[in-house]
Ligand binder design. Structure first.
Ligand code: ADP
Length: 443
């Protein structure tokens, strides 16, 4: 609309101008001179307007007023409109950016942006500066891992790019008394965001909780041993009227002893960062597991052991034995008479191995599976109690496995049975020793 009007106005004005020049020229008897002068004047005016437009296009200057009509004025109006829009947009963007930066700075957590490729710092907020002892701007461009001298796990964690697993409980490089956690967040194709959190209080509380459980369990041990001892001294034949009561008291005190032992095992595992790295011969381990399964089953189940992986493991023999036998004991306890329990040691894709304990028992409803490794979590409390369970077995298994960088895979179907598998990475696999100790027991 604006352009069409401008075209029309320009054309009319041009025609009028030339008509006037021609009229004047004819009156003076020099029409060609008049037309020539008019063309020159027009060209000079066009150059002047062009110069004005170019000057306005220089980004620092703003076109303030648009005067006149016609094509040049239309051009200036369009430029003015664009300039105003751009200015407004960039002002809004700057405002937004400032707000984001203020929000990031005010965050109680430390936030850093690092290069994905080499972990070098691109940006960090004030909290990150305090928590990690960074200096602005000197620390920019430095690799983040360099600030954690002696903590190789930060470098490994960054290199592995684990965005779902935060790195917990690290000493702060600024103050070793401050404990921090790091979380990696994918930010853009080339950058990562790292969120640093002060977890000192949380870790202290966690420690208090751990100590409390460990101390209570420890303190309960002695009185329980005494009660146990005295109960063992009572001969039911001598006091037939007490026989039922004594039997029940013995059962309960045994359950309590088992509970205390399991709690102490868990506390001990929680306090450890790593376990001994010993060669673990799997053939004798499988023999032991079969023996334990058969002893627990008392002939009520079919027990099968399949040693298909043909290799051994590296890890703590004692702890892994306890984890495996927990799974075997569960399989027997939660499988009715006549069922089958299969212990299979096999290879998995990627060079790892797994020890799977499969049963044809009651199975576990799907909604319980995510919580099954929590302490004291039981699908059926009465069934667990009846079978002498403490509700801590799978927590122990999970802890032992995580100390071996392994995981517990659970598959189950109600009425058909369950498979609990300990999956180990290739780093835990070792060639099978040919020492001829294959049939020896590990216990
Ligand atoms: P518990 O000492 O009660 O057996 P666990 O931690 O070993 O405690 O197991 C937690 C719960 O998981 C059990 O109470 C039981 O309900 C369920 N569970 C574990 N293993 C099996 C299995 N093989 N078949 C069915 N349910 C199982």
């Amino acid at each position: 609309m604006l352009l069409r009007l401008a075209w029309r106005q320009s054309l009319i004005r041009l025609l009028l101008f030339y008509a006037f020049a021609l009229g004047l020229g004819l009156a003076l008897g020099e029409p060609w001179w008049a037309l020539g002068l008019a063309t020159l004047a027009l060209a000079a005016r066009a150059y002047w307007r062009l110069y004005r437009v170019l000057r306005f296009l220089d980004w620092r200057k703003q076109l303030r007023t648009v005067d006149g009509q016609g094509l040049w004025a239309a051009l200036e109006t369009l430029i003015h409109r664009r300039q105003t829009e751009n200015r407004r947009r960039s002002r809004r963007l700057v405002r937004l950016l400032r707000a984001y930066r203020q929000a990031a700075t005010a965050m109680p957590d430390g936030a850093l942006v690092i290069h994905r490729r080499d972990g070098r710092l691109v940006w960090f907020n004030k909290t990150a500066r305090h928590l990690l002892g960074l200096r602005y701007p000197q620390s920019l461009g430095e690799p983040l891992a360099d600030f954690f001298a002696g903590q190789t796990r930060v470098r490994d964690w960054l290199a592995s790019g684990q965005t779902d697993e935060p790195l917990l409980d690290l000493p702060s490089p600024a103050d070793p008394m401050v404990r921090i956690s790091l979380r990696l967040i994918p930010y853009s194709a080339r950058e990562w965001m790292v969120v640093v959190r002060d977890v000192t209080k949380l870790m202290r509380l966690e420690q208090v909780r751990r100590d409390f459980v460990a101390n209570v369990s420890h303190e309960l041990r002695t009185p329980l041993t005494v009660v146990h001892g005295y109960l063992d001294m009572i001969e039911p034949e001598e006091h037939p009227e007490l026989a039922v009561m004594v039997e029940e008291m013995r059962r309960q005190s045994q359950r309590m002893t088992q509970l205390v032992e399991d709690l102490l095992t868990l506390s001990r595992l929680e306090a450890q960062e790593s376990l001994p790295e010993e060669p673990l011969a799997m053939a004798p381990m499988l023999v032991t597991l079969r023996r334990e399964a058969e002893a627990l089953s008392q002939g009520r189940h079919e027990v099968r052991v399949l040693d298909e992986a043909g290799c051994d493991l590296t890890g703590s023999t004692k702890e892994l034995h306890s984890a495996f036998s927990n799974l075997v004991s569960n399989a027997i306890r939660y499988t009715p008479t006549g069922g089958r329990v299969t212990i299979r040691f096999e290879k998995v894709a990627g060079g790892g191995v797994r020890l799977a304990v499969q049963d044809t028992g009651y199975g576990i409803p799907e909604q319980h599976l995510p919580r099954i490794t929590e302490r004291f979590y039981r699908v059926s409390t009465s069934r667990s109690r009846e079978s002498g369970g403490t509700g801590l077995g799978l927590s122990i298994v999970k802890h032992v496995l995580s100390l071996h960088q392994a995981r517990l895979d659970v598959e189950s179907e109600v009425g058909r049975g369950s498979t609990f598998a300990c999956v180990f990475g290739p780093a835990r696999v070792r060639m099978r020793s040919q020492a001829g100790d294959d049939l020896e027991d590990v216990s």
